[in-house]
Ligand binder design. Structure first.
Ligand SMILES: *Cc1c(COP(=O)(O)O)cnc(C)c1O
Length: 408
């Protein structure tokens, strides 16, 4: 009899965004006007930069002629893109990363989800709370957890975020082998300083652990003192894998291009304590299960690094960050304490009460959709996430409505 992977039965059904959709639909039925403004889901809303579109078009034309047509490309990505990434995202910031250490993919969601399969089933995992749910669910699927009880899985070391630590979790108090970190953070918008990140690198070094560093929002960093990459920290080449994406940086959520950095100096161990290259393992996995990102998409991504592309991407990010600043300013003026919104497109607002109750109140009184913090983990309770991904007009209107609703 064919059996299922029974670990899937442990997964808590993710009702977050479908619950939100249901409540919004019901609200719209009752109040068709005015239209609700969505500051909930973390998806970009503006068009691809012109530089990317023109490179994209040109590459599609190349596919139309036999002389310039391309079939399967290298699984790890074309050299033109890997070299542009190494030069612009790492060498220019003093981080020693080479093109051969970059694996181009179709998304950081897949990469952060897939990476765990190259590590042992008994790996002890540390995951922040609140969190981007992919890290947790993929380890549940792989059988690294027990069952789900009171909002948490047995067998996971949770790293608690709360107001006292500014949603930057402290080091684990029990031994772990694999640590997930995400800065600037989704959902909280919290950022980490170089000194704080150095503590994690030192911890991983001392404990022969690996850090999985999700830097999908690095382009939103405004404070020059903050690290964009974990490889700006000394020692990180021996203990860290970094995930990046063009999704939020350049509006590629529907176009799909991202990359993972695995330094050739990173080691993990066999049961007998023998050191193995993680780069070789990931390379083997990537070329066995993945056949590369489409050529036109890689050309579009390469254009992000041209002079005009850099300018256009900066404008795109500035546009969303103007929204983020307005949201943060307005919520603080209303007396709510906030994290994020200064170096990230998310504002994490302390509501002091049940996050679903606050969500319902904002929807009912202001017609604005946010995301209840409880959907990101037990430590998310008492908070909501507001996203800056929308037009200036909508964000302005949303903040006016929120001001009127909360003041009354
Ligand atoms: C949006 C996001 C990503 C990027 O995912 P893609 O699959 O590249 O679109 C990665 N990590 C976090 C935390 C995100 O919010």
């Amino acid at each position: 009899m064919i059996r299922i992977n029974h670990h899937y039965l442990k997964l808590k059904a993710s009702y977050l965004f479908s619950d939100i959709a249901k409540r919004v639909a019901a609200h719209q039925q009752r109040h068709p006007d005015p239209a609700v403004i969505r500051l909930g889901i973390g998806d970009v809303t503006r068009a691809l930069p012109e530089a990317c579109i023109s490179a994209f078009h040109q590459a599609v034309d190349e596919m139309a002629a036999d002389v310039s047509f391309r079939g399967y490309g290298p699984e790890q990505g074309y050299d033109f893109l890997r070299e542009a990434i190494a030069e612009n995202d790492f060498k220019s910031r003093g981080a020693d990363i080479r093109a051969e250490e970059i694996f181009v993919s179709d998304g950081a969601k897949c990469d952060t989800g897939n990476i765990q399969e190259i590590f042992d089933a008994g790996t002890r995992i540390a995951i922040p709370d609140p969190v981007y749910p992919v890290y947790l669910d993929t380890n549940v699927m792989a059988g690294r957890t027990g069952s789900y009880r009171n909002g948490r899985y047995d067998g996971i070391v949770y790293l608690d975020g709360h107001a006292e630590n500014g949603f930057i979790p402290g080091l684990p108090t029990e031994p772990v082998d694999l640590i997930y970190l995400c800065f600037p953070n989704n959902p909280t918008g919290a950022t980490i300083t170089a000194d704080q990140l150095k503590e994690w690198v030192d911890y991983a070094t001392a404990n022969q652990a690996i850090i999985l560093y999700d830097a999908a929002y690095e382009a939103f960093i405004r404070d020059d003192a903050l690290p964009h990459s974990i490889y700006e920290i000394e020692g990180a080449r021996q203990v860290a894998i970094e995930f990046r994406s063009f999704s939020k940086t350049a509006g590629f959520t529907g176009t799909r291009c991202a990359y993972t950095v695995v330094p050739t100096t990173l080691k993990a161990f066999s049961a007998t304590g023998e050191a193995h290259s993680v780069h070789s393992l990931w390379s083997r996995r990537h070329s066995t299960k993945f056949n590369g990102v489409s050529y036109p998409v890689q050309r579009a991504a390469e254009a992000v690094y041209s002079d005009v592309g850099k300018r256009q991407v900066a404008e795109l990010i500035d546009y969303y960050m103007a929204n983020a600043h307005l949201i943060r300013q307005e919520m603080q003026a209303l007396g709510y304490s906030c994290i994020g919104g200064e170096n990230s497109p998310y504002i994490w607002v302390s509501t002091e009460k049940d996050s679903w109750a606050f969500f319902d109140m904002l929807l009912e009184k202001a017609g604005v959709v946010c995301t209840p913090g409880a959907g990101f983990g037990t430590c998310g309770e008492g908070h909501i996430r507001i996203s800056a991904f929308n037009s200036h007009e909508n964000v302005n209107l949303a903040m006016t409505r929120i001001r009127q609703a909360l003041a009354s």
